[in-house]
Design a binder for this molecule. Structure first.
Ligand code: AMP
Ligand code: ZN
Length: 138
Protein backbone atom coordinates (compact mmCIF):
# COMPACT_ATOMS: atom_id res chain seq x y z
CA UNK A 1 0.00 0.00 0.00
CA UNK A 2 1.42 3.42 -0.92
CA UNK A 3 2.05 5.22 2.37
CA UNK A 4 0.91 8.56 1.05
CA UNK A 5 -2.45 7.31 -0.24
CA UNK A 6 -5.21 8.88 1.84
CA UNK A 7 -7.76 6.21 0.88
CA UNK A 8 -5.39 3.40 1.90
CA UNK A 9 -4.93 5.22 5.21
CA UNK A 10 -8.70 5.42 5.73
CA UNK A 11 -9.08 1.72 4.87
CA UNK A 12 -6.30 0.84 7.32
CA UNK A 13 -7.94 2.96 10.03
CA UNK A 14 -4.96 5.33 10.11
CA UNK A 15 -6.93 8.36 8.86
CA UNK A 16 -10.42 9.48 9.73
CA UNK A 17 -13.12 8.30 7.37
CA UNK A 18 -16.88 8.64 7.70
CA UNK A 19 -17.55 5.01 6.91
CA UNK A 20 -20.90 3.89 5.54
CA UNK A 21 -20.21 0.26 4.86
CA UNK A 22 -17.67 -2.33 3.77
CA UNK A 23 -17.50 -5.79 2.26
CA UNK A 24 -14.67 -8.10 1.30
CA UNK A 25 -13.49 -6.00 -1.65
CA UNK A 26 -14.86 -2.50 -1.10
CA UNK A 27 -15.24 0.27 1.42
CA UNK A 28 -17.84 3.03 1.20
CA UNK A 29 -17.34 6.37 2.96
CA UNK A 30 -18.42 9.99 2.68
CA UNK A 31 -16.46 12.34 0.42
CA UNK A 32 -14.75 14.74 2.85
CA UNK A 33 -15.30 17.66 0.42
CA UNK A 34 -18.87 16.96 -0.65
CA UNK A 35 -20.24 18.81 -3.66
CA UNK A 36 -23.65 18.24 -2.07
CA UNK A 37 -24.68 16.54 1.17
CA UNK A 38 -24.63 12.78 0.67
CA UNK A 39 -21.67 12.72 -1.77
CA UNK A 40 -20.38 9.18 -1.25
CA UNK A 41 -17.34 7.24 -2.48
CA UNK A 42 -17.00 3.50 -3.04
CA UNK A 43 -13.35 2.45 -3.13
CA UNK A 44 -11.53 -0.83 -3.71
CA UNK A 45 -9.85 -2.15 -0.55
CA UNK A 46 -6.75 -2.96 -2.56
CA UNK A 47 -4.81 -0.04 -3.96
CA UNK A 48 -5.12 0.46 -7.72
CA UNK A 49 -4.28 3.84 -9.21
CA UNK A 50 -7.17 3.79 -11.64
CA UNK A 51 -9.21 1.63 -14.05
CA UNK A 52 -6.15 0.89 -16.17
CA UNK A 53 -4.32 -1.09 -13.49
CA UNK A 54 -7.31 -2.26 -11.43
CA UNK A 55 -8.28 -5.89 -11.13
CA UNK A 56 -11.52 -6.59 -13.06
CA UNK A 57 -13.01 -8.45 -10.08
CA UNK A 58 -12.37 -5.47 -7.81
CA UNK A 59 -14.08 -3.13 -10.27
CA UNK A 60 -16.99 -5.55 -10.53
CA UNK A 61 -17.25 -5.53 -6.74
CA UNK A 62 -17.45 -1.72 -6.73
CA UNK A 63 -20.15 -1.92 -9.40
CA UNK A 64 -22.15 -4.46 -7.41
CA UNK A 65 -21.88 -2.33 -4.29
CA UNK A 66 -22.99 0.76 -6.20
CA UNK A 67 -26.49 -0.63 -6.64
CA UNK A 68 -27.20 -1.07 -2.93
CA UNK A 69 -25.52 2.22 -1.99
CA UNK A 70 -27.45 4.07 -4.73
CA UNK A 71 -30.73 2.65 -3.40
CA UNK A 72 -29.75 3.57 0.15
CA UNK A 73 -28.96 7.17 -0.89
CA UNK A 74 -32.26 7.36 -2.78
CA UNK A 75 -34.18 6.03 0.18
CA UNK A 76 -32.39 8.13 2.82
CA UNK A 77 -32.11 11.45 0.98
CA UNK A 78 -34.76 11.29 -1.76
CA UNK A 79 -32.73 13.12 -4.44
CA UNK A 80 -34.38 13.58 -7.83
CA UNK A 81 -31.36 12.02 -9.53
CA UNK A 82 -28.05 10.38 -8.72
CA UNK A 83 -24.73 10.86 -10.52
CA UNK A 84 -22.43 7.81 -10.56
CA UNK A 85 -19.02 8.32 -12.07
CA UNK A 86 -15.32 7.84 -11.72
CA UNK A 87 -12.27 9.61 -13.15
CA UNK A 88 -8.99 8.12 -14.40
CA UNK A 89 -5.81 10.16 -14.61
CA UNK A 90 -5.10 13.79 -13.75
CA UNK A 91 -6.15 14.85 -17.23
CA UNK A 92 -9.60 13.42 -16.54
CA UNK A 93 -9.80 15.33 -13.26
CA UNK A 94 -8.76 12.50 -10.93
CA UNK A 95 -7.28 13.93 -7.73
CA UNK A 96 -6.93 10.86 -5.48
CA UNK A 97 -5.07 8.12 -7.29
CA UNK A 98 -6.79 5.15 -5.70
CA UNK A 99 -9.63 3.62 -7.73
CA UNK A 100 -13.02 4.89 -6.57
CA UNK A 101 -16.54 5.65 -7.72
CA UNK A 102 -18.52 8.76 -6.82
CA UNK A 103 -22.23 8.67 -6.00
CA UNK A 104 -23.65 12.19 -5.95
CA UNK A 105 -27.27 13.06 -5.20
CA UNK A 106 -28.64 15.49 -7.81
CA UNK A 107 -31.62 17.77 -7.88
CA UNK A 108 -33.15 19.86 -10.64
CA UNK A 109 -31.59 23.26 -11.05
CA UNK A 110 -28.33 22.42 -9.29
CA UNK A 111 -25.06 23.11 -11.04
CA UNK A 112 -23.31 19.92 -12.17
CA UNK A 113 -20.16 19.92 -10.10
CA UNK A 114 -17.60 17.18 -9.62
CA UNK A 115 -15.30 18.63 -6.97
CA UNK A 116 -15.58 20.96 -4.02
CA UNK A 117 -12.78 22.50 -1.98
CA UNK A 118 -14.93 23.10 1.07
CA UNK A 119 -14.61 20.38 3.69
CA UNK A 120 -17.82 18.96 5.09
CA UNK A 121 -18.43 19.57 8.80
CA UNK A 122 -17.47 16.43 10.74
CA UNK A 123 -20.89 16.20 12.40
CA UNK A 124 -22.65 16.50 9.02
CA UNK A 125 -20.44 13.84 7.42
CA UNK A 126 -21.00 11.52 10.38
CA UNK A 127 -24.77 12.08 10.31
CA UNK A 128 -24.94 11.48 6.55
CA UNK A 129 -22.89 8.26 6.84
CA UNK A 130 -25.24 7.02 9.55
CA UNK A 131 -28.38 7.85 7.54
CA UNK A 132 -27.13 6.10 4.41
CA UNK A 133 -25.85 3.10 6.38
CA UNK A 134 -29.24 2.73 8.04
CA UNK A 135 -30.98 2.70 4.67
CA UNK A 136 -28.89 -0.15 3.18
CA UNK A 137 -31.08 -3.17 2.60
CA UNK A 138 -29.61 -6.44 3.83
P1 AMP B 1 -11.32 12.20 -7.80
O1 AMP B 1 -11.12 13.62 -8.16
O2 AMP B 1 -12.29 11.45 -8.67
O3 AMP B 1 -9.98 11.50 -7.66
O4 AMP B 1 -12.02 12.20 -6.37
C1 AMP B 1 -11.34 12.21 -5.17
C2 AMP B 1 -12.32 12.62 -4.12
O5 AMP B 1 -11.76 12.34 -2.85
C3 AMP B 1 -12.64 14.12 -4.13
O6 AMP B 1 -14.02 14.30 -4.37
C4 AMP B 1 -12.20 14.59 -2.76
O7 AMP B 1 -13.10 15.54 -2.23
C5 AMP B 1 -12.21 13.31 -1.96
N1 AMP B 1 -11.32 13.29 -0.82
C6 AMP B 1 -10.09 13.84 -0.72
N2 AMP B 1 -9.58 13.57 0.51
C7 AMP B 1 -10.50 12.83 1.17
C8 AMP B 1 -10.58 12.24 2.46
N3 AMP B 1 -9.58 12.37 3.34
N4 AMP B 1 -11.69 11.55 2.80
C9 AMP B 1 -12.71 11.42 1.92
N5 AMP B 1 -12.70 11.95 0.69
C10 AMP B 1 -11.62 12.65 0.32
ZN1 ZN C 1 -4.56 3.63 -1.92
Amino acid sequence: MPEDCIFCQIIAGDAKGYIVDEDEYTMTFMDAFPVVPGHTLIVTKNHYDNILDADAEAIAAVGRRSTSIAKAIKSALQPEGLGVFQLNGAAAGQTVFHYHMHLIPRNDGEQLEIHSRIPGAPEDLAAMAARIKEAIEP
